[in-house]
Design a binder for this molecule. Structure first.
Ligand code: FES
Length: 161
C-alpha cells in the first residue's frame, strides 16, 4: 500500500504493509531514531509523536491511517512555532535539566498546548500519563505547565509551521 503524508514539514510517500506501525516506519524507513519504543524493555522511552495536532503513541498507528496526515516527531518539534517554544519548556517545565525523558515531555507539552489554549489540571495529567519514570518530579513538571498556561500576552491560536 502506498501512502503519502507530511513528515516534519516535508511531503513524503512510503510503500509498505498497511499494518506497518508508524514507529517502525519512522525508525527503519526514515532513520528517525528519536522516537523510541521502550515497552517491555528496561527503558521506558515513549513513542510519542504529534499527528494532525494531537499527541499519539506512534506504536499504535498503522500506515493505512496516515494518508494526508501531518506527522511531527521529536526531530521536527522545532517546526511548531507556536507557544510555548522549546526554550520556554526547557526553562519552565524541565528547569533547565535535560534527561533521557526530556523529548517525551517536550512533545507532550507541545501537543497539550496545540490542543488546549489553557489546559486545566486534568488535561495536564492526561498529557503526562504514560510518561512513567521514577526519576521524574511530576509535581514540578505540572507546576511548570501551569505557569505556562497562566502566562499573559501569549498568542491564543496554535498553528503548525
Ligand atoms: S512503544 Fe510503548 S507505548 Fe508505544
Amino acid at each position: 500500500m502506498k501512502i503519502t503524508f507530511k513528515l516534519n514539514g516535508e511531503n513524503t510517500a512510503i510503500e509498505a504493509s498497511p499494518w506497518k506501525r508508524l514507529i517502525d516506519i519512522l525508525r527503519d524507513d526514515f532513520g528517525l531514531k528519536g522516537t523510541k519504543g521502550g515497552c517491555g524493555r528496561i527503558h521506558f522511552d515513549l513513542c510519542l509523536v504529534i499527528i494532525n495536532g494531537k499527541t499519539v503513541n506512534s506504536c499504535l498507528v498503522p500506515l493505512f491511517q496516515l494518508e494526508n496526515a501531518e506527522v511531527i516527531t521529536v526531530e521536527g518539534i522545532g517546526l511548531i512555532k507556536d507557544f510555548p517554544d522549546i526554550n520556554l519548556i526547557v526553562k519552565e517545565v524541565l528547569h533547565n535539566k535535560l534527561t533521557y525523558r526530556s523529548g517525551d515531555i517536550i512533545i507532550a507539552v507541545k501537543g497539550l498546548f496545540l490542543e488546549k489554549n489553557i489546559p486545566g489540571e486534568d488535561d495536564i495529567i492526561d498529557a503526562l500519563s504514560g510518561i512513567a519514570c521514577i526519576g521524574i518530579d511530576y509535581q514540578s513538571i505540572m507546576d511548570g505547565i501551569k505557569r505556562l498556561a497562566n502566562m499573559k500576552g501569549r498568542r491564543r491560536r496554535a498553528y503548525i509551521y
